[in-house]
Write a protein that binds this ligand. Structure first.
Ligand code: V47
Length: 364
C-alpha cells in the first residue's frame, strides 16, 4: 500500500482521508490529474468502506418520463423536444396510470418521474400525476421533478418554491432526483443550456426542499466542455450546501452521451474518466452518504468495478430508461434485480436492497 501511494504522490492525501480531514480544491486537482487509477481507487475505497462498509445498495425502481416537450432545449440533451417536433410526446394522467398498472406485479418501491419544461401543462396536471400514482400504488415512494422542474412548477402555481413543495408533498411527492444540475458554472450554462435555471437557482430549490423535509440527490454532467476546475467548483458548491442542510442523499456523476445532441462531435467518456469522476467525488464529497454508479450511463460492468472505486450504490432496476438511450446509450433499458445482485456479489460486496431513503429492505 505504501509503495502504491508513494509512487502516486498521494501519501499526504491518504493521511488526510484517514484523519477525516477535508480535501482542498488543490487536492482535487491532483486527484483528477492522476493516471494511477489504482492509487486513486485505493484512496476512494478507504473512505467508501469507512462510510458504507462492504454494502452495495440497489433499489427496485421504475422510471416514467411523462413528457419530453421542453422549452429549454439544452445542447447536450437528446431527450427534450420542441412542442412542434414529430418526436414530441406527452402522457395523459391516464397513460401514466397505465404505466404504473403495467408493473403492479413487480415489487417496485420507487417511481422516478421526470420530464422537460413543458410550455403549457398546468400545475394541476403535476399534482394529478402524483395523486394518480399514489392511488394505484399507495406504498410507492415517488422521487420526481428535478429542481429545475420544481422551479417551473412554482412559477406555474404562482407560489413560493416552499409552498409549491408543500402542495406537491401533500399530493404524494417523496423526494427529488438529482437531475438538472449539469455543471453549475455560468460559463458552461451559457454555452450549453442558456435558458435553464441557473446553478444558484438549482441550489436554492434544493436548499428549500431540504428545509421542507424533502431529501434530494445531486448530479454533475461531465465529459463535454467543462474544465477540471469547473467540476471541482461544482463539487465544492454541493459540499458547502450539504454542510448547511444535510439534505442530499446521493451524488451521481452522469457521463455525457453525445449521440443525437447538438454536441454530437464529442467523444463518449472513457472508463478512466468515469472511474475518476466516481473516485474524486467520493473523496471530495466527504459529507455525502452515498455515491451512485449509475449503470445506465457507464454500463453494468464498469458500475460493478466502480463499487471498488468509491461507489456504494448501483441505482436500480430502472425499467425503461429513456433520457440516456435517446443520446445513444447502448446499455439495457432495465436490469433484473437478480442481475444486480449477481454483479454486486461478484464484486465481493454485500447486496442490499434499499428504499429511496436508504432504509435496508433486504440483504442477500
Ligand atoms: O437532468 C441529459 C442528464 C439527467 C444527457 O437522482 C444527460 O438518483 C448524459 O438526473 N448524456 C437525468 N446525461 C438523469 C438523472 C438521474 C438519473 C438516475 C438517477 C438519478 C437520481 C438522477 O440526465 C438530466 C441531465 O443532467 N442528461 N442529457 C446526455 N446526453
Amino acid at each position: 500500500m505504501d509503495t502504491l501511494l508513494q509512487k502516486a504522490g498521494f501519501v499526504d492525501i491518504y493521511d488526510k482521508v484517514q484523519a477525516g480531514e477535508r480535501l482542498t480544491i488543490e487536492d482535487g486537482r491532483r486527484l483528477f490529474a492522476a493516471n494511477d487509477i489504482l492509487a486513486l481507487g485505493f484512496l476512494a475505497n478507504a473512505l467508501r468502506e469507512r462510510k458504507n462498509g462492504n454494502k452495495a445498495y440497489f433499489i427496485y425502481n421504475q422510471h416514467i418520463n411523462y413528457s419530453n416537450i421542453c422549452t429549454n432545449l439544452c445542447k447536450f440533451c437528446a431527450f427534450g423536444k420542441d412542442k412542434s417536433s414529430p418526436q414530441a410526446y406527452e402522457m395523459s394522467v391516464d397513460q401514466v396510470r397505465e404505466k404504473v398498472r403495467e408493473r403492479l406485479d413487480e415489487p417496485i418501491t420507487e417511481i422516478h418521474m421526470v420530464g422537460g419544461i413543458h410550455p403549457d401543462l398546468p400545475f394541476s396536471y403535476y399534482l394529478d400525476l402524483l395523486r394518480a400514482i399514489k392511488e394505484i400504488r399507495p406504498e410507492v415512494h415517488i422521487q420526481a421533478f428535478t429542481c429545475v422542474e420544481i422551479h417551473h412548477l412554482a412559477e406555474l402555481a404562482g407560489k413560493s418554491v416552499g409552498d409549491t413543495l408543500e402542495e406537491l408533498k401533500a399530493a404524494g411527492l417523496g423526494s427529488i432526483p438529482g437531475g438538472g444540475a449539469e455543471v453549475f458554472s455560468p460559463r458552461i450554462r451559457k454555452l450549453t443550456c442558456e435558458k435553464k435555471l441557473s446553478g444558484e437557482g438549482w441550489i436554492e430549490v434544493a436548499k428549500t426542499a431540504h428545509h421542507h423535509g424533502l431529501h434530494t440527490n445531486a448530479t454533475l454532467l461531465y465529459g463535454h466542455i467543462e474544465t477540471i476546475d469547473e467540476r471541482l467548483e461544482h463539487l465544492d458548491i454541493l459540499r458547502r450546501t450539504q454542510d448547511e442542510t444535510g439534505g442530499f442523499l446521493a451524488y451521481i456523476p452522469l457521463a455525457f452521451h453525445p449521440k443525437n445532441t447538438e454536441m454530437a462531435d464529442h467523444a463518449r467518456t472513457t472508463a478512466m474518466e468515469d472511474l475518476k469522476n466516481i473516485a474524486v467525488a467520493r473523496l471530495m464529497l466527504d459529507n455525502f452518504p452515498h455515491i451512485k454508479a449509475y449503470w445506465v450511463m457507464i454500463g453494468p460492468k464498469l458500475a460493478q468495478i466502480a463499487l471498488s472505486f468509491g461507489a456504494d450504490d448501483m441505482d436500480g432496476t430502472v425499467k425503461e430508461e429513456v433520457i440516456t438511450h435517446m443520446a445513444g446509450a447502448d446499455t439495457e433499458q432495465a436490469l433484473g434485480h437478480k442481475t444486480l445482485i449477481h454483479l454486486i456479489r461478484e464484486a465481493g460486496r454485500e447486496p442490499v436492497e434499499r428504499d429511496t431513503l436508504y432504509n435496508v429492505l433486504q440483504t442477500y
